[in-house]
Design a binder for this molecule. Structure first.
Ligand SMILES: [Zn+2]
Length: 464
């Protein structure tokens, strides 16, 4: 039995703050922490090299594309989209700040351990060596409390942004179904948290000094498994998917995919209209779970040529295996993060702040949650930066496939207007939220592509 296993397995029957003071010191120091730090540095460097190598930094070689919203949007349209973005800023920033404050307070003060102590401390005379199921139940209880708490904190801000979406006619959902979505999301994140926590604590018990290595490999595998299973396990919880009905559009789309050399056996339509009026399409999964999905809102409102352009963009993602690459890069990011987490969870200073003695204590999960949240938030701008370049490459692909920059520009314009996208986001908002280039940037790239390929350049849609 390992050191931490002893400590956790022996599990003093009533774990009060005072008991914990006399618990054996188990947090690894010295060599194991140095090994984890080296692993974090090596994986981090590998991550940077891989991201630099796989990101299409110049999706349109030789093309220049300066965005100008005034070319294609009237002053009123620009102002309306700006009003909507400003209204969404409130819940977005306040929700982000509230979520961070709550997890940081729980993780970096003894409050989190105290709160979790209420659910994991079960005074019982027979509890001198908790059975594995009891140990598992404690971790499940911890996951439940922390997931519920973070959901509850996010709830009012989610309701606030939903009310803005309604005011602007973007949401078609009732509050009952909105709440149902939240509950489903909570269930999904809870399952992921439970799997991750049980796995992590198995490793901590088994390898108290070197669990970072197992956590890095396990994190990588978990990301890969979730990304693979997501389209068949999670997406159906939120939407129904049907094959696009037989007809000229379906035939054209499958023909285009074949001509593009992308094996696509079906195009799925999601019943997005039960929730939103927004237009969208996406590719998810990889290997046997890969699918191209278009929103029913897109089919209902756009011309076949415009739908074809959207699907051509998605084929660009499929052809380049963007989901698989993103999954592997994400897995590498999580593996790097696992080594950093080990350093956090074995830091005597941070453990002391969190009011626990060791990562093996289930109550240390509050510190873990704080670290995971901060790492994920810190990575978001870099993820968005890479995502925007990948999206631009898919746009270029759709132009190459259709050679129709006029429809491309019209499509981007109607996407921006329907979805009320911010047409000239501030650099801060752009870095924090934009996974795609802005509408005017995409249209500008369409024009640049046309100039490069000597195809008629789409004229401005708005006369000055
Ligand atoms: Zn895309």
């Amino acid at each position: 039995m390992t050191e931490a296993g002893e400590q956790e397995g022996a599990g003093s029957p009533v774990r009060t703050e005072a008991d914990l003071g006399s618990a054996p010191r188990v947090e690894p120091r010295g060599a194991p922490r140095r090994a984890a730090a080296v692993a974090a540095a090596v994986l981090g460097a590998l991550l940077v090299v891989v991201v630099a190598a796989v990101t299409p930094w110049h999706p349109l070689s030789g093309g220049r594309a300066a965005a100008d919203p005034a070319l294609d949007f009237t002053r009123e349209q620009i102002a309306r989209n700006e009003r909507f973005s400003a209204a969404m800023d409130g819940p977005a920033y306040a929700g982000l700040a509230a979520g961070l404050v709550v997890v940081l307070v729980l993780g970096l003060t003894p409050w989190g351990a105290r709160l979790l102590g209420r659910v994991v401390r079960r005074p019982s005379p027979s509890d001198t060596r908790p059975a594995p199921w009891r140990w598992g139940l404690r971790l499940i209880a911890v996951a439940l409390v922390l997931s519920a708490l973070t959901q509850l904190v996010a709830l009012p801000f989610g309701a606030w942004s939903e009310s803005v979406l309604r005011r602007y006619g973007l949401s078609t959902q009732g509050w009952g179904s909105w709440f149902g979505d939240r509950l489903t999301g909570f269930g999904v994140s809870l399952v992921i948290w439970i799997v991750a926590l049980l796995g992590l604590h198995l490793l901590i018990r088994r390898f108290p000094r070197h669990w970072w290595a197992g956590a890095a490999v396990g994190g990588f595998l978990l990301v890969t498994a979730v990304s693979y299973a997501y389209p068949v396990v999670v997406e159906p919880l939120f939407n129904s998917f049907t094959s696009m009905p037989a007809g000229p559009l379906r035939t054209d789309l499958l023909r285009m995919a074949r001509a593009d050399g992308v094996p696509v056996s079906d195009v799925l339509v999601a019943d997005a209209s039960k929730r939103t009026t927004e237009l969208n399409a996406y590719v998810s999964g990889f290997g046997s779970t890969r699918r191209i999905v278009v929103y029913d809102t897109l089919l209902a409102s756009q011309s076949p040529k415009e739908v074809e352009l959207v699907v051509a963009h998605e084929l660009g993602h499929a052809k380049r295996n963007d989901v698989l690459t993103g999954t592997l890069v994400g897995g590498l990011g999580v593996a790097t993060g696992a080594c950093v987490l080990y350093l956090v969870m074995t830091s005597p200073r941070l453990l002391r702040r969190a009011g626990v003695r060791s990562a093996a204590d289930p109550r240390s999960t509050a510190l873990l949650l704080a670290a995971v949240t901060v790492l994920a938030q810190a990575a978001a701008p870099a993820q968005n930066l890479v995502s925007r370049h990948i999206e631009a490459r898919a746009d270029v692909h759709s132009l190459e496939l259709t050679r129709d920059p006029a429809t491309f520009a019209a499509m981007q314009r109607s996407l921006s207007l329907r979805n009320l996208d911010d047409l000239s986001p501030s650099p801060f908002a752009y870095a924090l939220w934009n996974t795609h280039p802005s509408g005017p940037e995409r249209i500008a790239m369409g024009r640049a592509w046309a100039r490069l390929h000597h195809v008629a350049v789409p004229p401005p849609s708005v006369r000055p």
